[in-house]
Design a protein around this ligand. Structure first.
Ligand code: NAD
Ligand code: UDP
Ligand code: UDP
Length: 345
């Protein structure tokens, strides 16, 4: 019986991805809010594999258990079903505060909840950071620049946001979240880090989140025309999720408390994304394009300046767009297969 138990335990411990051993001095207790989401689950993987203790807090609005299920049961991992709009009392050293829907259809679905999550949720996490002396990194966004009137956008730019438009719940929510971080830093001495994240893509992004990369890949794989909103002359800069995760960890562990842009600075038009995708895959190259009316308040041009991250963090993105898109296409294909196999269960 004892040898049977031993085999059971050792086969159990092998089911997890490999985890580094860290001495108690270097091992941190890390909270990731929104850790079951797209970016949060990749961050969970990195911090777990680096040997830290990770607590994921998520209300599963846009995240899902499946994104982190490979860690469930690991002694360094904990998953808590909790809404950050409610207070949270735990003991941690660092907080990556990612809880918030990120794609326009998701954050516009319930604007009041998006506002509550970004304001009350951030206040709660700052209150927690203050009580336990933890450092907090806020996942902010390029949307704080709104529809920019200055190009390229560096971190000094104050932004150009419509406070009452359809995107305001997210844009203004994140702007207040940043304001709260600096109020807690100045008044209460809380250590804060603010990452201004631009459009990110990769595996585990939601297939139906309505963003340009996910839409184009899904439409192409399903043989539907690719939808371009407006003239398709808007620009965005994109990064692959592993680059972002490395940037978040290096920002957290740096001494830079002011905001930092994180993205691959090469900016693209939706139509040029289509051409990149076409080069990547035969299926995509056969797709038709359908022009649809432009989205309300859609920022026309976005062109980031990442010199600060390069100089002060020594960080820069390394995954070429084509390679990242390829990996994402493979992930979407597997997901579609998984869905097809499970639809009658
Ligand atoms: P996501 O929707 O996949 O993840 C967000 C996670 O937060 C989900 O797991 C969701 O269930 C959880 N969540 C939402 N509201 C919550 C609440 N009230 N309490 C607890 N959990 C809650 O989005 P993502 O792309 O992984 O984005 C993560 C963070 O990065 C967000 O804060 C987003 O604003 C920011 N960001 C993302 C991008 C991007 O392109 N993906 C760009 C800029 C900023
Ligand atoms: N808070 C929390 N966890 C903690 C400490 C505080 O969720 O460990 C919440 C608390 O509910 C409060 C918010 O964070 O609403 C702000 O906390 P702070 O101490 O700044 O404010 P106060 O409690 O004095 O109003
Ligand atoms: N877009 C598009 N077709 C789509 C989805 C988006 O042309 O199917 C455009 C959208 O209008 C915007 C850009 O692509 O100009 C990026 O949109 P996304 O929703 O991915 O990100 P965000 O607007 O939040 O930067």
């Amino acid at each position: 019986l004892i040898s049977g138990m031993f085999i059971l335990i050792s086969s159990f411990s092998q089911k997890y991805p490999p985890v580094k051993f860290l001495s108690e001095k270097d091992r941190k207790r890390i909270l990731i809010t929104g850790g079951a989401g797209f970016v949060g689950s990749h961050l969970t993987d990195k911090l777990m594999m680096d040997g830290h203790e990770v607590t994921v807090v998520d209300n599963f609005f846009t995240g899902r258990k499946r994104n982190v299920e490979h860690w469930i049961g690991h002694e360094n991992f904990e998953l808590i079903n909790h809404d950050v709009v409610e207070p949270l009392y735990i003991e941690v050293d660092q907080i990556y505060h990612l809880a918030s829907p990120a794609s326009p259809p998701n954050y516009m679905y319930n604007p009041i909840k998006t506002l509550k999550t970004n304001t009350i949720g951030t206040l709660n996490m700052l209150g927690l950071a203050k009580r336990v002396g933890a450092r907090l990194l806020l996942a902010s966004t390029s949307e704080v620049y709104g529809d920019p009137e200055v190009h390229p956008q560096n971190e000094e730019y104050w932004g150009h946001v419509n406070p009452i438009g359809p995107r305001a719940c997210y844009d203004e929510g994140k702007r207040v979240a940043e304001t709260m971080c600096y109020a807690y830093m100045k008044q209460e001495g809380v250590e804060v880090r603010v990452a201004r994240i631009f459009n990110t893509f990769g595996s585990r992004m939601h297939m139906n989140d309505g963003r340009v990369v996910s839409n184009f890949i899904l439409q192409a794989l399903q043989g539907e025309p690719l939808t371009v909103y407006g003239s398709g002359s808007q620009t965005r800069a994109f990064q692959y999720v592993s680059d972002l995760v490395n940037g978040l960890v290096s920002l957290m562990n740096s001494n830079i408390s002011s905001p930092v842009n994180l993205v691959n600075p090469t900016y693209r038009y939706p139509l040029s994304m289509y051409f990149t995708l076409s080069k990547t895959s035969d299926t995509l190259s056969r797709s038709q394009i359908q022009f649809l009316p432009e989205a309300q308040d859609d920022p026309r041009r976005r062109r980031p300046d990442i010199r600060k991250a390069k100089m002060m963090l020594g960080w820069e993105p390394v995954v070429p767009l084509e390679e990242g898109l390829n990996k994402t296409i493979q992930y979407f294909s597997r997901e579609l297969e998984h869905q097809a196999n499970n639809q009658y269960i």
